[in-house]
Design a protein around this ligand. Structure first.
Ligand code: HEC
Length: 443
């Protein structure tokens, strides 16, 4: 037996029996902020699964801590896609009484005491659907204690039937052992008291659970294409209103892609206007942007995950040079080591050579690195972690002129993920010399 995890509020927990029995495979997505892991909550965090590399995967030894931390850093940010049953503006579909309504189900979930004094939301706390607590087996009418599970993937688990003789082709079944074939049946749990019209409330609640917010707004991945003929279409215009207001709320970034003349172009919705990928251009209004759309010059608007808009619309290789500027300069917008040479601003007097300043430091979203070269020639600017592992190549032997230069680091590693909070150092190499400076990223 292993003891219950620390920090649990339920006084009647038994701890974990080694013969846990069959459990439905859980997802590696959406683990952040869901507390202890596994159906029973018997793993403190992802690194506690290291034993499985030996016992399940057949390795001779466990992963070294550094690799397990890297694995965890990779898995923890994995996210669910948007829930297809929500409205585009992230609200829940409603319906008249007599038909199931996700919105009425949401109100019930949030407001009605159904398990003694407890509402669903008291255990299934938002936004993930779990408060991270383990509940004792007597309260669950179950053979062992279980953690309150997150509710973000319920809509993916439909389709299983436990009728005698049925052939199941898909579906998982609900609860830890997958024994319940649908959510309506799950809500027959005798611990729940639904009061009057219980089945109507169960149908509403089932709709809500199937539209449960996954953490990713429904606007993400949504696309509209303007082609000249439909530029003034009122339906598209209303959808644009919704998409722009979602972006303004920060639930997604909103980008547009099209062509001006023969040049592929991108726009990002920022502060109520559309900024293009040509740095000399002022932001334009929605009407001005849509007016660019014509047959053969279609313009497609796409909701993208928050934080990825700049990469998707303006600077795809994140080298700090906007895509259309790169096309104009004849460099490759998809290759961070190919970009225009940074402008040299004349210095008054003898500026110190090498790395001059990194600011802000500590930084949260992006940091600016200022440096000066005594002679023109290839320069490399690299970010390392404190173990000396290379995190991001900002410049890789790029030929630069003598004088001051400025490069922005967007806090991401080479594979595009935002780096963990902590200390890093930036190293500048040029003309056989090198300079280092410490930089700290905070959350
Ligand atoms: C006392 C805390 C508590 C309350 C209150 C509670 N639940 Fe749960 N819920 C749990 C636990 C613990 C489990 C895991 C049970 C298991 O797997 O055997 C669970 C499982 C579930 C599941 C199955 C999840 C899956 O992935 O299979 C759903 C759906 C669910 N609850 C919805 C609700 C709804 C809707 C309400 C309100 C009517 C509610 N719960 C009230 C603790 C609670």
């Amino acid at each position: 037996m292993a003891p219950p995890p620390p920090g649990m509020l339920d006084p009647n927990l038994s701890g974990f029996h080694p013969m846990k029995g069959p459990m439905v495979t859980q997802s590696l997505r959406g683990l952040t902020n869901t507390g202890v892991l596994h159906w029973r909550g018997d793993r403190a965090d992802l690194t506690a699964f290291n034993g499985a590399f030996v016992s399940l995967m057949g390795r001779a030894t466990q992963l070294p801590d550094s690799e397990m931390v890297a694995f965890s850093d990779f898995v923890m940010p994995l996210a669910y896609p948007p829930n297809p049953y929500q409205n585009l503006d992230r609200t829940f579909p409603d319906a008249p009484v007599g038909q199931p309504s996700a919105e009425r189900g949401r109100q019930f979930f949030m407001n009605t005491a159904v398990d003694g004094p407890l509402r669903c939301v008291d255990c299934h706390a938002l936004p993930t659907g779990t408060n991270g607590q383990v509940i004792d087996k007597a309260a669950l009418l179950a053979p062992q204690d279980m953690k309150v599970p997150q509710l973000r993937n319920l809509y993916k688990k439909t389709g299983f039937k436990d009728t005698i003789g049925v052939v199941n082709k898909r579906g998982f079944g609900y609860t830890h052992d997958g024994s319940v074939d649908n959510l309506f049946d799950f809500l027959q749990f005798p611990g729940f008291n639904f009061g009057t019209n219980p089945d109507a409330k169960r149908r509403d609640l089932e709709r809500f659970l199937l539209s449960f917010d996954t953490g990713m707004a429904p606007a993400v991945g949504y696309q509209l294409t303007f082609n000249g003929a439909n530029n003034a279409d009122p339906t598209l215009s209303a959808r644009m209103d919704t998409l722009e207001s979602q972006a303004a709320l920060g639930t997604c970034d909103l980008i547009a892609k099209g062509r001006v003349g023969t040049t592929p172009r991108g726009w990002l919705f920022q502060n109520g206007a559309w900024r293009s990928d040509l740095s000399s251009e002022a932001p334009i209004s929605r009407a001005q942007m849509i007016a660019l759309a014509a047959s053969g010059h279609e313009l497609t608007v796409t909701g993208v995950p928050s934080g990825s808009g700049t990469r998707c619309a303006l600077d795809r290789d994140r080298d700090g040079f906007m895509d259309a500027d790169e096309l104009a300069a004849g460099t490759d917008p998809a290759d961070p080591s190919s970009h225009p040479v940074t402008a040299v601003t004349p210095t008054g007097g003898a500026a110190p050579l090498g790395l001059r300043a990194i600011y802000p430091n500590p930084f949260r979203a992006a940091a600016t690195v200022d440096f000066t070269l005594a002679h023109g020639g290839p320069a490399s600017l690299t970010v390392f972690d404190m173990q000396g592992r290379r995190v991001r190549g900002l410049l890789r032997g790029v030929p630069l002129a003598a004088g001051p230069h400025t490069i922005e680091w967007d806090g991401r590693g080479d594979e595009g993920r935002t780096v963990a909070a902590g200390a890093y150092f930036v190293r500048l190499e040029a003309a056989g010399q090198d300079w280092r400076q410490r930089i700290v990223r905070v959350r």
